[in-house]
Structure formats: C-alpha cells, structure tokens
Design a protein around this ligand. Structure first.
Ligand code: PEP
Ligand code: MN
Length: 363
C-alpha cells in the first residue's frame, strides 16, 4: 500500500489558533435567515474557525429535501462577510466543484455516500486538478479502510496537499447506541499508516442523538484526533434534516468549554511510566499469543483424533456450552460481554478451519 501522500501539516495552514480544528454549522442550508442567525451565534464561539452547511443533500429517497442548491452560495458568502468564518460544503460531482470554486468556498468535503464510489471520487479529484483548496474526505459508509485510503490518494494524486480525513462512523448491523458505529480501530489504523494525515471526527453523524455528542467529542480529543465537526443550528428541533443530532450554538459553546484538551506528550517521568506500562502490555500480548498457539495445537490434536474416529467436526452442544461457560468466566473477570462473544466466535472459526484442513488433507 502506498504511503507517500504529500501532506501539509494542519497547524501550518489553519487560521491562527485553529488547532484543534473546530467546524460548526447546520446539516443543511435551509434559508438565508436560518444561515445568518446560526452563523451570527456561531461567530461568538472563538474556537470555531469554519462554518459548514450542506447545499446539496444526499437523501435516501427522492422527494425528501435535497438541498437548496446554487442559491445557498449567496447565503454562505454573506455568512463569510458578516462573521469572518471560513466556509465549507459537501461536493459530490464536478458541477458542485465548479460552483463551489466560483463562489469562493474555502474548503470542500466529500460525503460518506460519495466515497464508496471510486468513479465519482476520481471525477471530483480530476475537477480539482491544479486547484489549491483544502479537501476533507469522510470515511465511506461501510467499514472499508482501503476505500477511504483510495479516496484520499485520488485527491493527493491530483495535487491536493491540504487533506483532512473525517471519521463519521460506519454503518453496522448489530445493536449500537450510535447512528454510525465509531469503530475507532479504523481511524487509528489510518493514522498509523499515514502519520502526517490530520484526522478529525464528526460526532454528529456518529451519534445521531445530541445527548451523546459530548462523550464522543471528548473521546475524539483523548484519542489524539485533530478536530471535530459538529452540526449546529439555531433551532435544532425544527431543522429540515438530522434534527435529532444538531445542537444550538450556545450548547456547542458550553460543550467546547467543558472539553479537556490534553497534552500529547508529557514530562520525562510521565513518559517513563508510560513506557513501563507499554512494556508490560508487550509482554502480556506475547503471553496471550503463546497461549493461543498452544490452544491451536490442542485443537489440531482433537482434529486428528476426530478424523481417525470419523466424528463430525462441529459439535453444536459442546460449542454452546463453551460459549456460556467462557462468557460467565470472562464477565466475572470484568471483560465486556459483546467483546468476549466476538473473540470466542473468532477463535471458534479458526479452530473449525484448522480441523477441516486436517481432515481434508487426510482424504
Ligand atoms: C453531512 O455531513 O451532512 C453528511 C451528509 O454526512 P455523511 O456524508 O457523513 O453522511
Ligand atoms: Mn447531517
């Protein structure tokens, strides 16, 4: 996988004191009055540097409100003139890009539904050839890191150097309190592969409900994410889109003031203690892997034994017993039940695979 994206560090091009990057504004541009009132209130929040609004909205069904289109740009221009806030919108095709550039939008973002389609992403990227504008790329709807990276690379490949990834959560079938499950391991891996790439978080689309925003925003900062984008509306309950996740500017101000921005590196003592704890983790992981390997050796022995005696591999009764027994031991040890279930299923899957391999080799 290519790791040579050339990226200008966020701190060097953000408006002064712009780190972490805070973006606020309504899900959708609805009317001039809604935009100006929301922007005036947001402008009183010193941490906010960019004003967001959706001019075109990707809606699941036709007939839902699909955005105000081109006339929204005049409102954004007024917002900028009135408040000094920089502006950012979602673009989903080359025509959107052309209009955004014509009306002087300061930064673009690519939405989650667009990022799933490499043709669409390439068309947008090509429309930005030789254009120097920052571009934010949301993760695709589905938890596919390669697709996210691919989209980032398409913009990098076209010459965009001010790139930001936006983590907005992933569609997930199992029960979750979130509209889009955060699956933090995915943005972590992105950061590991591209250490220079700024990653900000969109708690609004992760949470889906305003009550959860503060918890996810704090988590984002604690996990060294580089900023947050929060949907903000002067009258959230009556917003035309995403009403349950938007907050009032006054609530955003309260939340931002409560958020703790921790230092990224500490004193020598702190670093030493951290190193000590990390060494312990390395040792424990080593032991965990040894035990897992021993368990697989025993599984192989069982496979051989079953195969010699012509017994089926999967014995459902035994498996159900294992699950309930291990869940009770594990939860008593303070482990999370859902995590345990996933872990046990994974181990079981691998065990069955090894036994099947043994039997097919014998045939
Ligand atoms: C949005 O930011 O309003 C939006 C449509 O988000 P997403 O692409 O993450 O669904
Ligand atoms: Mn929205």
């Amino acid at each position: 996988m290519s790791t040579d994206m050339e990226i200008i560090p966020l701190e060097s091009w953000l408006p002064s004191k712009g780190f972490p990057l805070i973006i606020a504004g309504p899900c959708s541009a609805e009317s001039e009055a809604q935009m100006l009132q929301t922007a005036r209130e947001i402008a009183c929040i010193p941490q906010v540097k960019f004003f967001r609004a959706g001019i075109w909205k990707p809606r699941t069904r036709p007939g839902d409100f699909e955005g105000v289109g081109e006339r929204g740009f005049r409102w954004l221009q007024k917002v900028k003139k009135l408040t000094g806030l920089k502006t950012t919108i979602e673009v989903a095709n080359p025509q959107h890009v052309e209009l955004a550039l014509k009306y002087g939008i300061d930064m673009l973002w690519i939405g989650a539904r667009t990022v799933v389609n490499p043709f669409a992403v390439q068309e947008i990227a090509s429309a930005l050839h030789n254009v120097d504008i920052p571009v934010m790329v949301k993760n695709p709807v589905n938890p596919d890191l390669k697709l996210w990276i691919g989209a980032l690379e398409r913009f990098s490949g076209t010459g965009i150097r001010r790139i930001i990834a936006i983590h907005r959560g992933f569609h997930y079938f199992e029960n979750s309190p979130f509209r889009n499950a955060p699956m933090w391991e995915i943005p972590f891996e992105l950061k590991r592969l591209f250490p220079d790439l700024p990653v900000i978080v969109d708690p609004s689309h992760i949470c889906g409900r305003r009550e959860l925003l503060e918890e996810i925003s704090q988590k984002a900062l604690d996990l060294e994410m580089d900023g947050i984008m929060i949907e903000t509306h002067f009258d959230p309950e009556n917003a035309w889109t995403d009403a349950s996740q938007q907050i009032k500017p006054s609530d955003l101000l309260g939340m931002l003031n409560r958020l703790v921005i921790r230092k990224r590196t500490g004193t020598v003592d702190f670093e030493n203690k951290l190193e000590e704890l990390r060494t312990e983790i390395d040792k424990l992981d080593g032991e965990l892997l040894q035990i897992l390997s021993k368990r697989m050796e025993v599984i192989d022995a069982i496979g051989e034994y079953k195969s010699r005696n012509h017994i089926t591999i999967l014995q459902m009764k035994r498996w159900a017993g294992i699950i309930s027994d291990r869940l009770s031991i594990g939860t008593n040890l303070g482990l999370n039940k859902i995590f345990l279930k996933h872990l046990l299923q994974l181990i079981h899957k691998e065990s069955i695979k090894r036994q099947t391999d043994i039997i097919t080799k014998k045939k």
